[in-house]
Design a protein around this ligand. Structure first.
Ligand code: MUF
Length: 238
């Protein structure tokens, strides 16, 4: 076990600026009011729930692109690598987002309604379980918003995505985020020296959801559910 070293950890000025720009970008992008209103008002049916979630997923992809453009250094990457990173991380970023949203303490029952619609959206049971297990494991971490925003950036900047050409450039950017995230975890959870490691462990769990997601799309398509052009584009659905 690691001794509880009271290592002197401080965040540098430029690291503070980095965190601020990423958190601002993370908070700036929310689901539009009209969509969340529909979520609370529309009647419940598997079709209606699927349509609502599809609309939310489509909006989420747009939000993801905007957030990614605000990650310092991302726009200086090779353009094709930028696309490869977005496509390669879209599913993980979406499930991470849903876990972060569904684990937040929210007032107006939005969370319960959203969970109910997810549970009754024609999604196969064998996918529901791992997804809700993931929500639970994220919930246990009770991440602060800096950690949520940085973890999303770390997920997007994963260098070993298909078709990434300049692996080192992406790895350097991700490393910058990981260094800051680790410091934040030490400062935020001094009583839990394993917190940062547990946080990264969630990224491994997130990758397994990628696999389930492909199957889930297929099962939805069997019941000829329609996706939007943007979702088909980002998830390589014909
Ligand atoms: C991922 C998901 C679609 C997007 C939803 C997520 C639940 C919570 C969310 C919260 C959001 C916010 O508050 O910012 C943005 C949308 C998301 C991220 C759904 C759980 C299952 C569903 C799904 O896989 C799905 C995939 C394709 C579809 O066509 C419909 C649903």
């Amino acid at each position: 076990t690691t001794k509880l070293s009271k290592e002197k950890v401080e965040i540098t000025k430029e690291q503070q600026a980095l965190v601020k720009s990423i958190v601002d970008a993370y908070n700036r992008h929310q689901i539009p009011q009209d969509v969340t209103k529909k979520l609370l008002q529309e009647q419940y049916s598997a079709e209606e729930n699927f349509l609502l979630l599809t609309e939310m997923a489509t909006n989420q992809v747009q939000v993801l692109v905007e957030f990614t453009k605000n990650i310092p250094g991302f726009l200086s990457l090779d353009r094709e690598d930028q696309i490869a990173l977005l496509k390669g991380s879209a599913v993980e970023a979406m499930f991470l987002r849903s876990a972060q949203v569904l684990s937040k303490r929210m007032p107006n029952g939005y969370k319960e309604v959203l969970k109910e619609r997810v549970r009754n959206s024609g999604m196969s049971e064998e996918f529901m379980t791992p997804m809700f297990n993931f929500y639970k494991s994220i919930d246990e971490l009770q991440m602060v918003q800096e950690e949520q925003a940085l973890l999303t950036a770390v997920t997007i900047l994963t260098p070993d995505r298909p078709y990434v050409k300049d692996y080192q450039a992406v790895e350097r950017l991700q490393e910058t985020m990981l260094v800051v995230l680790r410091k934040l975890c030490v400062l935020q959870h001094p009583q839990d020296p394993q917190y940062f490691a547990r946080l990264l462990g969630r990224l491994t769990e997130l990758r397994t959801l990628n696999h389930y997601h492909a199957e889930m799309l297929t099962s939805w398509r069997m019941n000829d559910q329609k996706f939007t052009p943007l979702l088909c584009e980002i998830w390589d659905v014909q």
